[in-house]
Design a protein. Structure first.
Length: 146
């Protein structure tokens, strides 16, 4: 909501700890769409994308997405070795990072984005759509309308 942010820009910190290859495979279509949309439609200026805790298979996902990213945006990606976050601290001071990343700010939570029940409901809806390939059976629809 702050217009200053649109001018000064944002720094994105992407922590891939716990990411599994199955998740990359499942998200590949959305990752491609999101990459293009972020580049073309995001009304804010992204100054940098710092990526930490990178699994070895992440290179596969990066090879898929990289050609879709403009050279200008690609240069903003900074990959940090998982064992040593000192290179991250050269860009982002520990004062603004959570303790789990060696910082001094309070612990990070996603609570302000959505409650667990909202996330669970969205996951259920998503998996239900996957199980039916997005098609609602006429038989089921007819049975529920009686």
């Amino acid at each position: 909501d702050n217009p200053v942010n649109q001018v000064t820009g944002f720094v994105v910190l992407l922590d891939l700890k716990g990411l599994r290859i199955q998740q990359i495979i499942a998200m590949s279509k959305w990752m491609l769409f999101g990459t293009v949309a972020l580049q073309r439609a995001c009304p804010c200026f992204m100054k940098a994308f710092h990526v930490i805790n990178i699994p070895s298979f992440y290179k596969i996902g990066w090879k898929i997405v990289k050609p879709l990213i403009s050279e200008k945006i690609r240069k903003r990606f900074i990959f940090h070795k998982s064992q040593d976050l000192n290179s991250l601290y050269e860009h982002l001071p520990p004062d603004i990072l959570p303790p789990e990343l060696g910082g001094k700010l309070g612990p990070f939570t996603n609570d302000h984005w959505a409650s667990d029940s909202q996330i669970d409901a969205l996951e259920k809806k998503y998996y239900d759509q996957l199980n039916t390939n997005g098609i609602i059976s006429k038989r089921k629809k007819a049975a529920t309308s009686r």
